[in-house]
Design a protein around this ligand. Structure first.
Ligand code: B12
Length: 212
């Protein structure tokens, strides 16, 4: 029988094809898709990240890790329970602040969409102004920001300042998550919510938009 630990090992070794094959097997054997994602793929990616931080891996390994994640995650997404397919009339602007890391952001978007929210995905490498403009243009009810590398943290603070300056801070609850963030940091910045995992985005949206 395949184990999630084996998947973690394959993702950590950035063996994309083998990892995708193992993901298929685990899902077919009935493992919980969230556990396959978090304990298999995410933990394997963290292992690559830790090696990179310890200078035991190079940028090419990060690229390979990204390719591996993109080979596995769509398979897992297909296995997520689809809910009632109910539409909720609330728009959420979602994007990655500054960086090109988009895997976590895409997962948040998938889960928000499955939950019924309308997701305005503004993609990667966004500035605070991009989030503000997209929210105003789309008549959004909330802003969700993915912060995956250190320089984006400063920009997140700038986004909250910009919203205050434009006198729309009260209009948009702002939630944040991503590899380099924490609950304490998010609350220091004045974010309305922080999520460790993509699924927290759905809980936060329901709470903050008073749907829970
Ligand atoms: C794959 C990867 C890459 C790939 C990304 C491919 C892609 N298309 O996304 C590439 C090769 C592009 C890359 C590049 C770089 N990377 Co990189 N990368 C990673 C790696 C290994 C995995 C990232 C990932 O996708 N994780 C999986 C996703 C699902 O996790 P996640 O984004 O954290 O999201 C989860 C949660 O945080 C949460 N979440 C995320 N966003 C949100 C938002 C909300 C609202 C909520 C509620 C939840 C939520 O939900 C997700 C699922 O549970 C990480 C290591 C790690 N520990 O994460 C390093 C890492 C993020 N990278 C890092 C670095 C330094 C870089 C580079 C600067 C390297 C370089 N010298 O060039 C460049 C930056 C490029 C740029 N300008 O953006 C560092 C950042 C450290 C720091 N303090 O800044 C890390 C942490 C590695 C490390 N330990 O040093 N990288």
């Amino acid at each position: 029988m395949a184990t999630i630990a084996e998947l973690r090992q394959l993702v950590g070794a950035t063996q994309s094809q083998e990892a995708a094959a193992m993901t298929r097997v685990l899902l077919a054997e009935g493992h919980d898709p969230m556990a396959v994602l978090e304990d298999g793929v995410m933990s394997g990616l963290s292992d690559v990240g830790d090696r990179f931080a310890a200078k035991k891996a190079i940028v090419l390994d990060l690229v390979r890790a990204g390719v591996t994640a993109k080979a596995c995650i769509p398979l897992i997404e297909q296995a997520f329970p689809q809910g009632e397919r109910r539409r909720i009339d609330r728009r959420i602007v979602l994007g990655t602040m500054l960086s090109q890391h988009n895997i976590g952001k895409n997962l948040v978007g998938t889960l928000l969409s499955i939950a019924g929210f309308e997701v305005i995905d503004i993609g990667e490498k966004n500035s605070p102004w991009d989030f503000y403009q997209a929210a105003e243009k789309s008549g959004a009810h909330m802003i969700a920001v993915s912060v995956v590398f250190a320089p984006a943290k400063e920009k997140f603070a700038e986004l909250l300042d910009l919203l205050k300056e434009m006198k729309v801070r009260e209009k948009y609850p702002v939630i944040v998550g991503g590899a380099v963030t924490s609950a304490a940091w998010a609350s220091e910045q004045g974010a309305d919510g922080w999520g460790a995992q993509a699924k927290d985005g759905v809980l936060l949206a329901k709470q903050l938009l008073k749907l829970a």
